[in-house]
Write a protein that binds this ligand. Structure first.
Ligand code: SF4
Length: 141
């Protein structure tokens, strides 16, 4: 299984003693699947950038927050210095549950989903069921 826009799956795997880059503990093909997973901490605007067909620069393909336009703006400069990109790379600026979550550096939630639901890309990941501070899963997963 390959997840897309589901960084909170890393928390799920870690709590079960697995390697979030390889899969749940005991998975025989973990080493093979490792190559199909995003490295820890990679997310919208943090190791990811999307440039649309007419040059708009976004933090991710799922996050339609225009931060500039190529070729007028340098993609390197936007990635390194645009306030939105800088905020997305700083988990301590996340709000709500993600802002206090012990997994925010390896997960951080989907910033695109937070933006789609709340209008604020730094808000809580709406699809995560984890309550920070608990080391147990609270859903029937
Ligand atoms: S609360 Fe946020 S940072 Fe914590 S596991 Fe859920 S999505 Fe990830």
């Amino acid at each position: 299984m390959k997840t897309t826009e589901a960084p909170h799956y890393r928390r799920y795997v870690l709590e079960r003693g697995g390697d979030p880059l390889a899969g749940p503990k005991g998975a025989a093909d973990g080493a093979i699947r490792r190559g199909h997973r995003a490295p820890l901490g990679v997310g919208d605007g943090k190791g990811v950038m999307f440039v649309g067909h007419i040059g708009q620069i976004y933090p991710a393909g799922f996050l339609p927050l225009s931060c500039g336009r190529f070729p007028n703006d340098s993609v390197v400069d936007v990635y390194q210095n645009h306030p939105t990109f800088r905020a997305l790379r700083d988990p301590d600026r996340f709000k709500g549950r993600c802002g206090v979550c012990e997994y925010r550096y390896v997960c951080g939630g989907s910033r695109a989903r937070a933006y789609a639901v709340t209008g604020d890309p730094l808000e809580t990941e709406p699809d995560c069921v984890y309550m920070p501070g608990r080391k147990t899963v609270i859903s029937g997963q």
